[in-house]
Design a protein around this ligand. Structure first.
Ligand code: AQP
Length: 344
């Protein structure tokens, strides 16, 4: 039995709230994943019992090159740790290492309505983007996400604004299951931070920054070089105005202000004052600098960790043990409630 399992049981008297979140290894993680998700995960580790997963089952809803998927899975885990997730405090694991995710997903799928899934905006977006591969997994993706969350009795799900609709669906599915089969699942809440909630593409600031965007100029990868980051931000699409201010219709500048704010902690008014009378060029250079500086320690730590395959695999195994133990308990309860025959 791993140390984390022991901690989970010892804390029974005053249980901390539980958090689950994950990122797909569908590319190299971006500034959007960092500011919208992982940076916040780090701050939650002391106050919550956290499970952070590399969600590779989700990634195959879009065609992946198998060798790249394996590589990105290991890289994502290394990046979690490089960003400050401590595997001694949080359970860090790979989704496909815990079969209960796929198993619960089937049961929940039988308690999710076709109409509910049809309304998911991510499905609509992704089926347009991948029109040649609108597979059933892409459609049922939110059910698997509900299984990820509900397996662990999750109280809070820290996600970017783009995932809010999926967390709401997980709440609906949990509520429905509890209503039909009696109280089984904790109904989770989404958990947001103020700034950095949604980071937009540098080449089209009306679209979310995505790691699978075919144009690498559209995103800042967490592990690219300092010069690359500065260069990409300098060439970010803005508008024909010259004043650095947060306003409707200035999507590119709003996005850069949000990035600047996330790294410096400064509010939009303060940023507007700082760059009053200065042009976009100076502002973009400053955003590039704070961003490259803010990611420097992550880049260095990542470069060290990614070479240590033995350590990363040890973390994966230990995480999968802890997660499987917790997940099995929920799955057994669910199987009993729906009436599956069990043999002792
Ligand atoms: N641009 C973003 N701004 C804020 N948060 C973001 N997240 C992703 N992009 C942004 C947050 O990162 C977490 C994990 O995301 P994911 O990788 O599981 O899926 P995604 O949201 O579909 O991310 P990508 O980068 O756009 O992946 P692809 O390109 O594969 O679709 C979530 O908490 C998400 O909110």
């Amino acid at each position: 039995m791993s140390e984390q399992i022991v901690n989970v049981q010892e804390n029974k008297e005053e249980p901390k709230k539980r958090i689950f979140s994950g990122v797909q290894p569908s590319g190299v993680l971006t500034l959007g994943n960092y500011l919208g998700a992982i940076k916040n995960w780090v701050t939650l580790q002391d106050d919550y019992e956290c499970l952070y997963c590399v969600v590779d089952l989700h990634a195959i809803t879009v065609r992946q090159v198998p060798a790249d998927l394996r590589k990105h899975t290991q890289e994502a885990l290394a990046l979690y740790i490089a960003c400050g997730i401590d595997p001694e405090k949080s359970c860090v694991f790979v989704q496909s290492h815990v079969p209960a995710h796929a198993e619960l997903s089937w049961v929940l799928g039988c308690n999710t309505m076709f109409g509910e899934l049809s309304r998911m905006t991510q499905f609509k977006d992704k089926s347009q983007k991948h029109a040649d591969n609108v597979n059933a997994g892409l459609f049922t993706y939110p059910v698997l996400m509900a299984a990820d969350i509900l397996l662990y009795g999750t109280d809070l799900v820290p996600v970017g604004a783009d995932q809010k609709q999926h967390v709401e669906l997980a709440r609906d599915i949990a509520g429905r299951f509890n209503g039909v089969y009696s109280d089984t699942f904790t109904v989770p809440e989404p958990f947001f931070v103020k700034t950095g909630m949604k980071i937009y593409s540098l080449t089209d600031p009306t679209k979310k920054m995505s790691k699978s965007d075919p144009n690498p100029k559209s995103y800042v990868s967490i592990i690219e070089t300092r010069d690359e980051t500065i260069k990409k931000i300098k060439s970010a699409v803005t508008d024909s105005d010259t004043a650095v201010r947060y306003a409707q219709g200035k999507d590119g500048i709003n996005n850069l202000m949000s990035i600047y704010s996330s790294f410096t902690g400064k509010g939009y008014d303060e940023i507007e004052r700082e760059f009053d009378g200065k042009g976009y060029g100076e502002f973009k250079a400053a955003v590039g600098e704070v961003c490259a500086d803010g990611l420097e320690s992550v880049r260095n730590e990542y470069a060290r960790l990614v070479k240590d395959k033995a350590y990363l695999e040890e973390v994966m195994k230990k995480g999968a043990d802890t997660a499987s133990y917790l997940a099995r308990k929920t799955l057994s309860k669910v199987y009993r409630k729906v009436g599956f025959y069990s043999v002792k």
